[in-house]
Design a protein. Structure first.
Length: 325
């Protein structure tokens, strides 16, 4: 026998193999029929899946909301000085640089004028500006139009392709100072609270909207601000992100006086934050990073603590100028 010849007459493994060969395998009619039916069902399922796959893909693409009509034209204005016009089915973004649009569409927060989380790309995505008028079929939230719908517009019209990277960057944590907070509680009705994601028409807004205000050369004023609102105000003028870690709830009227910096950086030349990664700072005006922390601690009873955290960056792999409308 084959098993005996190869493994030897005394091999137990050889005897087992020989037994199996001699015994063979038998199949009942019932077992054979069930196997055939199972095979047919599996084959039919694969055929149906293959036939429906294009429809499923198309359905998934349709489920991702898009603008039905979009006009993109080169602009002659100064970047980012024109207001945003927004209605539930229309987005108007005049005078926008493409890097700002990418940050708006893929980023986590409002863009800071001092830096960007969008890396790479040709020089024209900063130097050239565009007027965008986009209309959707039906009402959509502000976050949806500025986020996923803007992503699809950039991918379709600018042929944008990106990938994401995580890097360690410096930030400020807004915490409570040792002496405790010195915050003025906002009076009921002193400002209007709105849903930022679904804002009412501008004509319906009062003079003061909660969480808004201004950041001047020597003063910060915010009406009915949460600590997250304060963090957002601070980080748009400083050399790094500001994250609320106070644990304080409620709304407060912020009045912060800032002493002029005796040694300001030149308007167009400011150093990156220590430890920041290349491309993290895009400087367009001087920073307040040396003057704001002591003012925040002395006047508000809060403290800005410097630390580092992982942050996500958007890297431009490919982009093209849009074709004329």
């Amino acid at each position: 026998m084959l098993a005996v010849g190869v493994l030897g007459a005394g091999s137990q493994l050889g005897k087992r193999i020989e037994t199996l060969l001699l015994r063979g395998r038998t199949f009942t009619a019932r077992a054979s029929t069930l196997s055939v039916i199972a095979s047919i069902v599996a084959l039919v399922g694969l055929v149906i899946c293959g036939a429906l796959m294009p429809r499923w893909i198309a359905f998934a693409q349709e489920a991702r909301a898009t603008f039905g009509v979009a006009s993109i034209k080169a602009s002659k204005c100064e970047p980012n000085i024109s207001p945003v016009a927004l209605s539930p089915d229309r987005l108007s973004l005049p005078c926008r640089a493409v890097r700002d649009l990418i940050e708006q569409a893929y980023g986590k927060r409002v863009r800071s004028p001092l830096r960007t989380n969008v890396l790479g790309g040709p020089a024209w995505i900063d130097s050239e500006v565009w007027d965008i008028e986009a209309k959707a079929s039906g009402a959509h939230s502000r976050s949806e139009m500025n986020g996923p719908m803007m992503q699809r517009l950039l991918e379709d019209r600018f042929r944008l392709r990106i990938h994401r990277e995580t890097r360690i960057v410096p930030i400020y944590e807004l915490t409570v100072a040792k002496a405790g907070p010195k915050l003025q509680v906002s009076r009921q009705g002193s400002c209007t609270q709105i849903d930022r994601d679904n804002p009412p028409p501008l004509a319906d807004l009062s003079e003061r909207v909660c969480g808004t205000g201004f950041f001047g050369e020597s003063r910060v004023e915010i009406w009915g601000a949460t600590m997250a609102d304060l963090s957002d105000f601070l980080w748009t003028r400083m050399d790094r992100d500001v994250i609320d870690r106070t644990g304080i709830s409620g709304r407060y009227d912020i009045n912060l006086k800032i002493q002029p910096n005796p040694n300001p950086d030149p308007p167009d030349v400011a150093p990156a934050a220590p430890g920041s990664t290349p491309g993290y700072s895009v400087v367009v005006r001087r920073t307040y990073d040396r003057m704001v922390p002591p003012a925040v601690e002395q006047q508000l009873g809060l403290k800005l603590i410097s630390t580092t955290v992982p942050d996500e960056f958007i890297v431009v792999d490919h982009i093209e100028r849009p074709s004329p409308n």
